[in-house]
Design a protein around this ligand. Sequence first.
Ligand code: ADP
Ligand code: ZN
Length: 517
Amino acid sequence: MKRLTQYIAALTLACALAGMLLSLTLASGAQLRGALSQALVFTALAGFVVGVGLRGGRERAEAVGAARGAAVSQGARKSCGFGDVAANDEALQSMRELTDYLKRPEKYRRYGARMPAGVLLYGPPGTGKTLMARALAGEAGVPFFALSGSDFVEKYVGVGASRVRELFKKARKAGKCVIFIDEIDALGKRRDENSSDERDQTLNALLSEMSGFYTGDGVIVVAATNRIDALDPALLRPGRFDRQIEVGLPGRAQRLSILKLHSRNKPLADEACLEELAAQTVSLSGASLENLLNEAALAAAIRDDGGIRRRDLQAAFYKTLAGADRPMTATAEERRSIAIHEAGHALAGRLLSPENRLARVSILPAGHGAAGYNLCIPAERVMVGKGQMENQICVLLAGRAAEQVALGEDALTAGASSDLARATELAAAMVNELGMAGEPAVSLKALQRSCGGASGAAEACRKLLSAQYARVTRLLSEHAAALKALAEALMAAESLEGDEAARIIDANLSHERPESA
Ligand code: ADP
Ligand code: ZN
């Protein structure tokens, strides 16, 4: 199980790396990875609003962790149910079973069946894990206690552990209920030589509280994490989080159902096509999709002519991924180098991985300190191959290569820093984990772990990156006319739709000798 999880984690890493949507040119030296995940995390947080307004009946507001008011029950928010969740079929099925159990425990007792003490939902942020836990409580009509793992992490030894005990005491008093622990990795990290006394005690308290649930008192613990590999194995043993369900990013059909769900109360114009949007929004989470629709609705409300139009959806799509366009402040010379850099990415992408459709190229400053960006819609696939990963490295390095080809060595800019970092990470994954750099049968990472010793990984990485850099530099030199034409069009228009950029590229490709792929 663990091996499988690690295997999947590695593949996901590879796919995530290869399926990158955005290539931003940062004005500062800031790291893109941080910036990009920040964007996703941010939208996920934005979706997690704790509203006010108590409702009567069984729903009560509770506060555990008195000093910090760490827990909030569903009473503090409009109750929700399974109808508020789209996609996530496997996790929902489990939630339905748990609801049935909470409603009719005697049925399960009759069969001698024991429900899982804990359900662990794992997957990227914003995929509806909190939402489903909330829906479980809502459908079963039981109180909902929500906390984040980081609420338990304290400097003083014993505080976290006592918070855990306090929480479970409250929960038991409530009778049947759902406890939701978000970011459980914050308190349940794998114990090693770096772990602290405080964290160990907190984790032990959680483990022993959960072991006390065998009798089935109707307290169900749902936890969420996006790093199942980092969790202490003790948490995953029977009697603890013995049911583990992956909640992945939605595929195309699932995105459509999420978009449909969240546009129920939004007046979409006839020309606004959710199918098109679902096809474009590869690798966006449910939270990002919800956020995107809200952005479009806001724009339409400001215009106030009755409906949300296609262009509202498109603008919101760009804004969600790259941030809003900001006014151009660069000097003419800077504009030129940004345009060359972006044109390099676009041209290499068109030639090497045309299956990843270019949606927009822009040299307008955008979010995350970006000086310009290429927005690509990656082809949806379950597996990536060596050739595709090499091409992806080329596309990432193409901005820098274009600077060198068109402007010369002295004109290199700091804007390529995140491209280089990402290309290097991708190369490192190929070298270390995927056996894609000369030794197809060896995982250097596992070798290092099992046998120790020098692996030569850094050298192999360098070699791979230089080879791909040389390859993409050749390609761009060969098609220098297309590079120049696209950069000029970008300087004039500041941003181009993908189709327009593709047309300019195709019209200026060199046909002198066959493409050196
Ligand atoms: P997570 O806990 O996985 O980070 P959340 O449950 O907090 O994600 O999701 C945030 C918001 O995103 C939800 O409140 C909901 O509006 C939207 N959302 C995410 N996934 C889905 C989904 N599968 N169906 C409907 N809405 C979703
Ligand atoms: Zn770049």
